[in-house]
Write a new protein. Sequence first.
Length: 456
Amino acid sequence: MISRFLKLGTMFACFLAVTVLLTGCPQPADDPGPDAADEEAKPCLMQITADGKLEPYFADLPIHAETETVCPLGIDFGSDGNLYIADAQAIAGHAPYKSRILKLTVEEGKPTKCEVVVEGINFANAIACHGDAVYLTETQLEGTPDPDSPHKSGVYRFEIAELDPAKPIKIEPDGADPHLVYQMTTENEELRVGANGLGFAKDGKMYVCNFGNQSLVEVEFAADDPKKVVHERVVAAGDPMKSTDGLKVGEDGMVYIADFLGNAVHQVDPATGKVTVLAQNEQTTGEGGELDACSEVCLRDGKVYVANIDLAFGPNTADAPYTVSVFDLASEEEDLRTPTIACEFTKAYNPDGMTITPDGKTIILSCLTLNAPAEETPAEDPPAVDPPAVDPPAVDPPAVDPPAVDPPAVDPPAVDPPSVDPPSVDPPSVDPPSVDPPSVDPPSVDPPAVDAPTTE
């Protein structure tokens, strides 16, 4: 979940009615893939099945009435079995307070409908469900932050019982809403990005990433008041972490963090603060499974899945291929793990949020479409064609040239008098000056009419 206001193209249409095979991720024969090559990508949810196949999960996400887009980012299943989704409108460059929380109703393991339950958020990012509540990181609390003050962000908490699609909660802006249970500041003036990744340990401790401060923070709430913070501390900060984006808390109690700027995945031990780099590579295209501006992690069956959001931010250049990487968590040595491709999309998807279904078998994946390549946005081509349309005026000057040629056409009459006045040499000597100013030549023709008296 990378936090950046980006003004990028429009959202695209999704599913194809034929079978398409994805590189490393074949589609089932009877199910059209959302990544079908003949269709343009559309923001949606996909799933990575237990046997590693990438398949559609849900595509009918509610479009925002004003922005006409939807931007699924963080996702997690609640204690009610439904999936909660952060709709991060700000990441697509829209006006403040347009972000939302969506509720995807799941019945008998199948998603059925998706509705808005919270609106008016500035920059919705990560979602983590704990107990009977849904927690959300607000990456920027203020719609117009003060550039001379530390960047403010925080975490909202909502009881699942109060999330009613018939009466969506409207957030009070600028940190004034009572659902805000934790605030943090980012002092890094060069990277004013706040609360990001979010997760909970078995003992109820909340872990939240401060992206700009390159840190992992641990927060404890009172046992009798889930909104009251009783303790907080920075678990780890700085090198080797260049940024702290999405996170997951493992069964082993370790915290696994995607480092977008460092192009790495780290393991942090909350007990000691030790940071271990599990996987890292230079900025690349992501070919072969290398990390490519990774933003989220997910743990399943001893493997770490990594979403490569691949946004054009910091040192990264957005480019194909568009992938989810994977590597084995276990390693007999301290060497870096070597990621491989878990799934590769044929269209310009930006995978981000990941979570596991309640049965622990399937990974659900949120997919944005913020990096549409030029060939996928022909609507932007006409402006590029406009400059040639200005060329005709540039051709007009040659059209003016013929008048500039007319004076030579007048010169022959100016030469005729010398042919009539062989004895008189003087007029030819006067004629050259009359040739110099072409526009004056017509009057210079009159003197030959005066020459007649000299002939007499």
